[in-house]
Design a protein around this ligand. Structure first.
Ligand code: NAD
Length: 353
């Protein structure tokens, strides 16, 4: 087999129940052309059933999976507060790591990850699948084709209530976990970085809290965030509104990508992309198409593409975008936004040129 087409042998951590690991990463791994699934691991003994179903090894002890000499790359898909330490352990055990977002929960953990990644000869990648969806890739293609001119503004708004957490003692509901801003902010910030190609130079966040609603969806701390990131000549305006706690209210994500010659718009909950051009009176719907192989499930396909890129990076040694340095810089911006919101001020980001 051509060395570049060698399959990277992987084990998935957190694959013991119906969740992102078993519903998305597992089928994405099976579909990936350059990855071979070798093992699943979870403290939940049901991991044995999943492993038997796919004919792979089962581990209920993470240390035992890390000691498996055949596994080259670990996919970490456990709860957020475990990510930093489990990544450090995997890199120290000589494994490459594909880590779910958010990579960590605090600036101190972020520095630990930066140190672990820079001191290791093994690769660390944050799995940024949002940029691999067909919608994001189509938007990026249109920007790159010059059809909307030079990019000036990206607006992404998410609204609806946060996913309910039935266990009221879950750390996810505690203020120190940072709410959905920390949990999901990187998805959208990385998407904007994908379009703009420029890391943010500054961030200003306004956050507030609606007290009314079920504790399962409210959690502690703010539940509304509005942020402005400066990215070179482009501004990213991002609103994350989980204050809409009433059932039946409209929710979802909408996007507006504005250039010097036109604008792309996608409405809440819609997959339709409209191209407004200064020379055309009416907007033109833009078809989301792509070359095969595309899996039917766009989310699974987005993970397949992200994982295939990482496996390629491991084989060639050539970093694929977003690099780990990029992803950690974006996470810096998320934490800077949290700090700035408390003082109501804009924060200049240290790594900006
Ligand atoms: N990229 C995306 O679109 C996306 C979507 C959903 C979730 N996520 C991320 O994936 C991660 C997992 O989310 P989820 O909703 O699937 O969570 P989940 O709680 O449903 O699953 C986590 C799994 O980890 C296992 N686990 C917990 N502690 C463990 C330990 N010490 N050792 C081994 N296994 C352990 C649990 O038993 C469970 O099976 C989160 O960090 C979340 O942010 C990403």
């Amino acid at each position: 087999m051509n060395g570049l087409m060698r399959k990277i042998k992987t084990g998935i951590l957190g694959a013991g129940q119906a969740n992102i690991a078993t519903s998305n990463q597992l089928p994405a791994t099976l579909a990936a052309e350059n990855i071979e699934l070798l093992a699943l691991c979870d403290i939940n003994p049901a991991v044995n059933d999943y492993a038997a179903q796919y004919g792979v090894r089962a581990y209920t002890d993470y240390g035992a999976m890390l000691a498996d000499p055949e596994i080259e790359m670990i996919q970490i898909a456990t709860p957020d507060w475990l990510h930093c330490e489990q990544t450090e352990r995997a890199l120290a055990a000589g494994k490459h790591v594909a880590l779910q977002k958010p990579p960590c929960l605090t600036p101190a953990e972020l520095e630990r990850l930066r140190k672990a990644a820079s001191q290791s000869r093994f690769h660390l990648k944050i799995l940024q699948n949002q940029r691999e969806t067909i919608l994001s890739r189509t938007i990026k293609d249109i920007i790159d084709s010059g059809k909307i001119g030079e990019l000036r503004e990206i607006i992404i708004r998410c609204r609806g209530h946060r996913f309910p957490i039935q266990n009221l003692n879950s750390p996810y509901l505690k203020a120190e976990c940072g709410g959905v801003w920390t949990h999901n902010g990187l998805h959208w910030l990385d998407e904007a970085f994908f379009y703009s190609g420029t890391l943010p130079e500054s961030v200003q966040v306004f956050s507030t809290r609606n007290q009314v609603g079920a504790p399962q969806v409210l959690g502690e701390g703010p539940n509304y965030w509005s942020a402005v990131f400066k990215m070179g000549r482009c501004t990213f305006l991002f609103e994350y509104n989980t204050m809409l706690t009433g059932d039946g209210l409209p929710n979802g994500t909408c996007r507006s990508v504005i250039g010097t010659k036109g604008e792309l718009r996608q409405d809440y909950g819609s997959q339709e992309l409209l191209l407004y051009h200064k020379d055309n009176e009416t907007p033109r719907p833009y078809e989301l198409t792509e070359a095969p192989p595309q899996l039917k499930d766009d989310a699974v396909n987005s993970f397949r593409l992200a994982l295939e890129k990482f496996a390629r990076q491991i084989v060639t040694g050539k970093k694929e975008s977003p690099t780990i340095e990029d992803s950690l810089a974006l996470m810096d911006a998320i934490f800077a936004g949290t700090a700035g919101a408390k003082e109501n001020k804009a924060i200049k980001l240290g790594r900006a040129p």
